[in-house]
Design a protein around this ligand. Structure first.
Ligand code: COA
Length: 164
């Protein structure tokens, strides 16, 4: 059976935790569509195009992974892509309530779509994109938290922003 999964998120920026979920999903599902959400409540530091570009470079060796952005409801996007699975990562029990609510809501919106939850790798359970940005903003070391590509782009953009 061909299984198409969507892995949605803000990815602002992508972290080692996200990559861990993408890699593992690509081994479980036939195709994985990494979907960068554009219309978030959060104020993003990176533009959607920048986030898509980073993710494309990070996943270029994974043949069954594609990266794109989406607007509007996640279930509408998934349906348009003929995907029946949503992948989400849970880092700690504190993530559970939010994921539980989203999974139920998405299923209410579309009965054909199921959410598959993956446990984030232990090493990545304390990472969040905001924490990465905060550490980087104050010049801290983020080498264990994000791939080198993201580290370099983040520091470059922060330098540009601070120069303004
Ligand atoms: N490892 C490390 N960190 C992780 C992680 C992992 N495996 N998975 C998530 N995170 C972090 C993210 O970096 C992010 O950190 P931040 O808050 O510091 O930025 C945080 O966990 C949660 O982010 P994310 O997983 O990207 O979810 P989100 O809440 O930003 O995005 C959407 C949620 C985009 C999936 C959701 O808002 C959505 O579907 N929007 C579309 C509109 C819609 O359909 N709404 C109805 C939904 S019921």
């Amino acid at each position: 059976m061909r299984t198409i999964a969507v892995y949605p998120g803000s990815f602002d920026p992508p972290t080692n935790g996200h990559l861990d979920i993408i890699e593992r999903s690509s081994r479980v599902f036939s195709r994985v569509i990494v979907a960068v959400a554009v219309n978030l409540r959060k104020n993003a530091f990176f533009t959607p195009a920048e986030r898509v570009r980073m993710l494309k470079r990070l996943t270029s060796a994974m043949g069954n992974v594609e990266v794109t952005s989406f607007r509007g409801l996640l279930v509408d996007f998934a349906r348009a892509k003929e995907a029946h699975i949503l992948v989400r990562g849970i880092r700690a029990i504190s993530d559970f309530e939010y994921e539980y609510q989203m999974a139920h809501m998405n299923r209410k919106l579309d009965q054909e779509i199921d959410t598959v939850i993956m446990m984030t790798g232990e090493r990545h359970s304390a990472i969040s994109s905001n924490i990465v940005k905060e550490i980087a903003r104050f010049g801290g070391k983020i080498d264990d938290l994000v791939p080198p590509l993201v580290r370099d782009i983040l520091f470059k953009k922060l330098k540009g922003a601070q120069g303004k």
